[in-house]
Design a protein around this ligand. Structure first.
Ligand code: DGL
Length: 280
């Protein structure tokens, strides 16, 4: 059923499967503090990284609908897995009937856009969830823009749980961080740029740097995605006018409020105003 055809003013919706999108939201708030944001974490059903296309699409569509119902004119899917598996279908098939005046954007395209000016060898590595790697979305987007770049992906299934369990700085994390990076570099030793293609990986960046040869550049996507959002809003003044600018930020979770507050503190060093909702 359509949401509304009347242009609404509201916060920018930021959706993630869980807490990881808070790393992206943090960068939005640093670069664009004047906007209002409504963050939705589907914490009760995370992780998405191991789920099928159909399930990730269904869950993501439910989240986008809810953020639209709550008045967001623009929704950023801050989750790489959801961007990889659901964004295109939502943009092409669902948005036209939900409300064609609203927009849903993801994190893969803005990351792909910055890669061309970073890599010299034109060999790029992707570290991401199994779902994102398997989707082929990063190589596809990068090849569209820079056909000469070769992308090799490596799924890092244990990195999300390490971060979520607050083990990112532990000695135990060393083994798994080293394991996936060394495997990837063994597959393509010409790689000079590594994309951290998952919302959680900025929290592992010290360890990732420790096990990455110094000549390799790490691309942590938050800053590129936030710059891309700023450019998008300046190129689309009608959308910019529909985004509220009171510097407010609210949080929704499909888990309990207590759990969200506790776990979000790993990703953000502040107390949050959070409400619990159900999706589906
Ligand atoms: N947010 C997801 C991503 O960026 C990681 C967590 C998950 O698997 O749901 O791919």
């Amino acid at each position: 059923m359509p949401i509304s055809t009347v242009p609404v003013q509201g916060p920018i919706g930021v959706f993630d499967s869980g807490y990881g999108g808070l790393t992206i939201l943090g960068k939005f708030r640093e670069l664009l503090p004047q906007y209002d944001y409504l963050y939705l974490g589907d914490n009760a059903r995370t992780p998405y990284g191991t789920r099928s296309f159909e399930v990730v699409y269904e869950f993501t569509l439910q989240a986008v609908r809810r953020l639209f119902e709550l008045g967001c004119p623009l929704v950023i899917i801050a989750c790489n897995t959801a961007s990889a598996k659901a964004l295109r279908s939502i943009q092409q098939n669902d948005l036209p009937y939900l409300d064609p005046s609203r927009r849903v954007l993801g994190v893969i395209r803005p990351t792909a856009e910055c890669i061309g000016s970073i890599t010299k060898t034109r060999h790029v590595g992707l570290l991401a969830t199994a779902g994102t790697v398997k989707s082929g979305s990063y190589p596809l987007e990068i090849r569209k823009l820079f056909p000469d770049i070769q992308v090799t992906g490596m799924a890092c299934p244990l990195w999300v749980p390490l971060v979520e369990n607050n083990e990112a700085d532990s000695e135990g994390a060393d083994y798994f961080v080293y394991k996936y990076i060394s495997r990837l570099l063994a597959e393509d030793s010409a790689i000079d740029t590594l994309i951290l293609g998952c919302t959680h990986y900025p929290l592992l960046i010290n360890k990732i740097r420790q096990f990455t040869p110094p000549h390799i550049r790490l691309v942590s996507q938050g800053e590129y995605v936030s710059r891309s959002l700023r450019d998008y809003l300046s190129r689309h003044p009608e959308m910019d006018g529909r985004c509220l600018k009171n510097g407010r930020c609210e949080f929704l979770t499909t888990e309990s409020v207590e759990k969200f507050r506790e776990c979000a503190s790993v990703f953000m060093k502040q107390d949050v105003d959070v409400r619990s909702i159900t999706l589906g």
